[in-house]
Design a protein around this ligand. Structure first.
Ligand SMILES: O=C(O)CCC(=O)C(=O)O
Ligand SMILES: [Fe+2]
Length: 234
């Protein structure tokens, strides 16, 4: 598996999309063969630190596994190479939201901060859904250290490998009702989205909206996703 990222994203387009609606797509981040190779890891006995059956926790229906360190090379490469351009966007967001934390230029430095704060456990995960499965709207917060953007990569082909199972984002605006969006993804496409808050430019200056993500009910087939969260877990 080539730990290289092609095609190279257009980061100014990504930044504009993230600023205007809180999410952006990276089409074809993984090739179909890379997506299959990652999805195929799910049934391996080793390489993971834990397995979560979502219905046991009220998280939905379906399951996921958190990778152990060392991460598979492609997952590690995605996490470290996607971080620097996202850190620049994250820092601009924090400035606009009046938050004082800033993120270092390289992922290793940010992970050192997580580890010093007691957040040692890796958060990249593989998710697997079958017919009837779904993922409730949630936020992937695992401690005080939070990197404000995360990535999900669809590893299965819509309409071919599965039906239903749309990726859903909601945003909750102050004193208004929540708004939902469905993110169109094909196999190998990634969506970058806000973990928790994002800044919105209002008439009287920027304000924060709260975002959540989830997956609608899978009607048929199998749906796999790779999730890349940049902070580690307590
Ligand atoms: O399966 C999905 O598309 C959503 C996965 C998810 O919740 C995540 O990557 O954090
Ligand atoms: Fe999630």
């Amino acid at each position: 598996m080539m730990p290289d990222i092609a095609p190279h994203p257009d980061w100014s387009r990504v930044a504009d999309a993230l600023d205007s609606r809180g999410w952006a797509c990276l089409p074809g981040l993984l090739s179909p063969a890379e997506a299959d190779a990652i999805a195929g890891l799910y049934d391996r006995p080793d390489g993971f630190r834990s397995r979560v059956v979502m219905e046991r926790h009220g998280f939905g229906q379906g399951e996921y596994r958190y990778f152990a360190y060392p991460l598979p090379p492609l997952v590690q490469t995605l996490r470290t190479t996607l971080y620097p351009p996202l850190a620049a966007i994250a820092n601009a967001w924090h400035a606009r939201m009046g938050l004082t934390d800033r993120f270092p230029a390289h992922h290793a430095e940010f992970i050192a901060t997580c580890h010093a704060a007691g957040q040692h456990r890796p958060t990249p995960l593989l998710l697997r859904y079958g017919p009837g499965d779904y993922n409730c709207l949630h936020q992937d917060l695992y401690g005080a250290q939070v990197f404000p953007l995360q990535i999900a990569i669809l590893l299965s082909r819509p309409d071919d490998d599965f039906t239903g199972g749309a990726f859903i984002l909601t945003e909750q605006r102050p004193r208004r009702q929540s708004r939902a969006d469905v993110v169109p993804l094909d196999k190998g496409d990634a969506v970058i989205f806000a973990v928790n808050h994002r800044p919105v430019q209002g008439a009287r200056g920027p304000y924060r909206v709260t975002m959540r993500h989830g997956v609608g009910t899978v009607r048929s087939g199998r749906r796999h996703t790779l999730g890349i969260i940049f902070h580690d877990a307590a």
